[in-house]
Design a binder for this molecule. Structure first.
Ligand SMILES: [Zn+2]
Length: 214
């Protein structure tokens, strides 16, 4: 190996680049050649000095930057309000689910109490109403289920509301039983709001992405 090849490889090594020849060959030459050994010591000092050149002075902006920061992150208050609203809706659903189950369970078990309906009709009504309670409780536990539960719960509530209004005017139902259906309406309204909020949350990142790529 020539001294020139050796020094090119040493220079590459100082710069963290590929040597272009086997490292043990280079070290072998370096151990044997005092000229190249002296050269590399000087090169190391020069490289180190170049890398440790003092940084240009920068004014300390810490206080200015800290003073310019908003007292809370943008959107933090809205996010906290949103979390609070979701928690409130989940609590409403929990209450509606428990009350709905408490009303429906005796009818399901005894087959009696549903406006003197035949036993099986009472059982069937009880099963429906307990299932509704289960749906409300499931959405209270996992609000992400709201959108999936809404088509069934919404259509059931809409149909029941329509027939209840017509039954009330025809005298086929007592007002107290009709009032119990308001529980269902409250639960469906809470599920609808949760589904709407969930959809809006899923859409927000997509809108932000489009802005970035536009
Ligand atoms: Zn040499």
């Amino acid at each position: 190996m020539s001294c020139q090849n050796c020094r090119e490889a040493l220079s590459a090594r100082l710069d963290g680049e590929p040597l272009g020849l086997p490292a043990d060959e280079l070290d072998g030459h370096l151990a044997a050649c005092s000229d190249c050994a002296a050269w590399v010591r000087v090169a190391e000092v020069v490289t180190r000095r170049a890398r440790l050149a003092p940084a240009p002075p920068v004014p300390d902006l810490t206080a200015t930057v800290l003073a310019a920061l908003p007292r809370e992150l943008p959107g933090a208050r809205a996010a906290a309000r949103s979390r609070l609203a979701v928690t409130g809706l989940r609590l409403v659903l929990l209450a509606v689910g428990v009350a709905q189950a408490a009303l429906a369970w005796p009818v399901l078990v005894s087959g009696a109490g549903a406006m003197s309906a035949p036993v099986h009709m009472a059982h069937e009504t009880g099963a429906w109403n307990v299932a509704l309670a289960a749906a409300f409780l499931a959405v209270a536990a996992a609000p992400g289920l709201a959108a999936g539960a809404l088509p069934f719960l919404g259509s059931f509530a809409a149909l029941l509301a329509a027939v209840t209004v017509s039954d009330l005017s025809a005298g086929h139902v007592h007002a107290d039983r009709a009032v119990a259906h308001l529980l269902l309406v409250a639960g469906v309204a809470a599920v609808a709001v949760l589904a709407w909020r969930g959809r809006r949350r899923r859409e927000a990142p997509a809108v932000a992405d489009r802005r970035v790529t536009a």
